[in-house]
Design a binder for this molecule. Structure first.
Ligand code: SAH
Length: 344
């Protein structure tokens, strides 16, 4: 069975031609799935009965099952979704004043092994298929529809569990489906992919011709410290990452966001701030400082408010644009990997 939610337009067109259908069938199917929100092939009244039977035989429209749902007082919804094979992934809806953003997972587990992150503890179990990422967005859209306030998902951040660039092709198909005008029509500038910094993939992404955003998880301004926090830095040290960022800026004509998690007395010192300024000098990116969500899986502590603001001040006084990431769902297990860690 092929899950139709995982087919991007070009692949679907090829498939239609292979099945002796006209390529416009693909547009028709997209319209049924994403605009008219059909949930069965029977509803697709402008598709011949015989082809509908064929579709029913070979394709499905299954969505991940909601295993656990938590709703925060700030409206954040955190879901643990169960996939066909029983694996579970987290998906979070964050409500900003400018729209509804979904934080999408790209893998079951993660192989990058960052020492502060709970998603990587068990390693990667498997990549998510495009339909499983589209499914995360559709499940959230269904919940929003049920609220009856005319809201839907407007922004996507691929910042959930997993390293999106370690599942590159599937993530790109996912982006094409949600970005397609006949698909979920989410504007490219409303879509952000976050990577721990895989240089070859950053360069590849820069040539996709997309207007989507890229966030780079830096978290440390030098190799010595970054090696301790992020195992991947031993394979791809900062110079490689920064060279790839410069190539990305040139090819894509877009600026990146640097994510910088603040860990008390680890990477939040004045020296680190000054080194960070040097590191990113000459690039156009801005820094997003992330308050750390503590877990009982390690000893890292969240930097105090004073230290966060002192760090921010140094960046700003030196002309580096920086913000502190808004936090959501602090009264539920909305921090990275927490819900899954609890439910298992
Ligand atoms: N692998 C990708 C995307 C997933 S992680 C990446 O590394 O960017 C998304 C972001 O959440 C990363 O910046 C990651 O470092 C951060 N993160 C991981 N654990 C966290 C925690 N406990 N608190 C706050 N941010 C965390």
């Amino acid at each position: 069975m092929i899950n139709l939610y995982g087919m991007e337009m070009k692949k679907l067109q090829t498939l239609m031609v292979e099945r002796k259908q006209k390529p416009f069938r693909a547009v028709q199917l997209f319209t049924w799935l994403y605009e008219k929100k059909a949930t069965s092939f029977d509803e697709m009244s402008d598709i011949s009965l015989s082809f509908r039977e064929e579709l029913k035989r070979d394709f499905c429209l299954d969505l991940p099952r909601v295993h656990t749902k938590q709703v925060s007082s700030d409206g954040t919804i955190k879901l643990l979704l169960e996939l066909e094979d029983g694996y579970k992934v987290e998906t979070v809806l964050m409500r900003y004043n400018y729209g509804n953003a979904v934080c999408v997972s790209s893998q079951v587990g993660c192989n990058m092994g960052c020492s502060f992150c709970s998603s990587g503890i068990l390693g990667k179990q498997r990549n998510l298929q495009p339909h499983e990422m589209v499914g995360q967005v559709l499940v959230i859209n269904n919940l929003l529809k049920a609220e009856n306030r005319g809201e839907h998902v407007t922004h996507i951040v691929v910042m959930g569990t997993g390293e999106p660039f370690d599942n590159y092709d599937n993530v790109m198909d996912f982006i094409r489906i949600v970005n397609n005008q006949k698909g979920l029509a989410i504007g490219a500038r409303h879509i952000t992919v976050s990577t721990c910094g895989l240089p070859e993939r950053i360069k590849q992404y820069s040539l996709e011709g997309l207007q989507t955003n890229l966030a780079i998880s830096l978290h440390a301004p030098n190799d010595e410290l970054r090696n301790k926090l992020m195992k991947i830095n031993k394979a791809h040290p900062l110079k490689e990452v920064m060279d790839a960022v410069r190539i990305y800026e040139k090819n894509a004509g877009r600026r990146v966001t640097y994510e910088y998690l603040l860990l008390q007395e680890v990477n939040d010192t004045k020296e680190c701030a000054l080194e960070l300024i040097e590191l990113i000098k000459g690039t156009f990116g801005y820094v997003n400082l992330i308050p750390y969500n503590e877990t009982n899986k390690n000893d890292y502590k969240r930097s105090s408010g004073n230290r966060v603001h002192a760090f921010l001040d140094i960046l700003m006084k030196n002309g580096v644009k920086a913000t502190i990431r808004k936090e959501f769902g602090s009264d539920i297990d909305a921090a990275c990997g927490q819900l899954k860690a609890k439910v298992g």
